[in-house]
Design a protein around this ligand. Structure first.
Ligand code: ATP
Length: 238
């Protein structure tokens, strides 16, 4: 089936001074899809994510979101348009309670339906309900990752950008995080997942992209990429 692209990136380039980090990226994220971007350290994954959320300047190409060109729209307006990034390393507000962190996530929205949304987050992440009155800084790494995701979801994003959600987590927690990411997709949320954990990411992705030194080298259905020999030798240690 043809899926309408929610996000369409064309010929995107980005530089750090004279160093070019992105070399003409073409990438599409269909409405409701879970799209994974995998690649080694320094390949340009974070740069691409930050270019989408609007905090990384681009030097060429375009980004269309819901049919509108946003490459020159401010990061703040992109958030209000429904693009929400969960940054690498979570960055929850440590000195605030879990509940207040969630409240902050809803700052772009009317407040009436806050309680209902918070209850939905507690169903999705029961541990956060248990800890809702504690300071976020006292949570474990995995719990902080869940809080960062829940906080982003409180803004009811149209596109959720996840930067390495499995980073630094124990295997059991990684499985839990990926199970939740998949269930968010099953609930209709469009997700762009950036990961070094290629196996876990590609196995749940509708579509996967491989990025190497700032360029997309392979793309296809996630499970198909998992079977690809190049991907297996470069990213899966096979
Ligand atoms: P990681 O998984 O380590 O975050 P990545 O795939 O996200 O890696 P990027 O962080 O996007 O990669 O980096 C892409 C390239 O841009 C790398 O070569 C990196 O050295 C370079 N780069 C990143 N940030 C800067 C910066 N602030 N100044 C100069 N070069 C940078």
């Amino acid at each position: 089936p043809i899926i309408r692209p929610l996000l369409a990136i064309e010929g995107l380039t980005s530089h750090y001074g004279r160093i070019q980090a992105l070399h003409g990226i073409d990438l599409q994220i269909g409405q409701g899809q879970l799209v994974a971007l995998v690649g080694a350290n320094g390949a340009g994954k974070t740069t691409l994510l930050r270019a989408i959320s609007g905090v990384q300047p681009i030097s060429g190409g375009g980004i269309r979101f819901g049919g509108e060109e946003i490459a020159r729209v401010s990061a703040d307006r992109r958030v209000r348009a429904g693009i929400c990034q969960v940054p690498e390393g979570r960055q929850v507000f440590g000195p605030m309670s879990v509940e207040d962190n969630l409240r902050l996530g809803a700052f772009t929205r009317p407040k009436e339906d806050l309680a209902g949304d918070m209850e939905r987050m507690y169903q999705l992440f029961p541990i956060l309900k248990e800890k809702r009155l504690l300071l976020a800084g006292t949570l474990s790494g995995g719990q902080q990752q869940m809080l960062a995701m829940a906080r982003a979801l409180m803004g009811r994003p149209k596109l959720l950008l996840l930067d390495e959600p499995s980073m630094g987590l124990a295997p059991l927690l990684i499985a839990e995080i990926f199970r939740i990411v998949k269930s968010l997709r099953d609930q209709g949320i469009t997700i762009f997942l950036v990961e070094q954990n290629a196996r876990a990411a590609l196995s749940i992705a509708d579509v996967g992209y491989v990025i190497e030194t700032g360029a997309i080298t392979l793309s296809g259905p996630g499970p198909e990429l998992l079977d690809n020999e190049q991907v297996q030798s470069a990213y899966l240690g096979m």
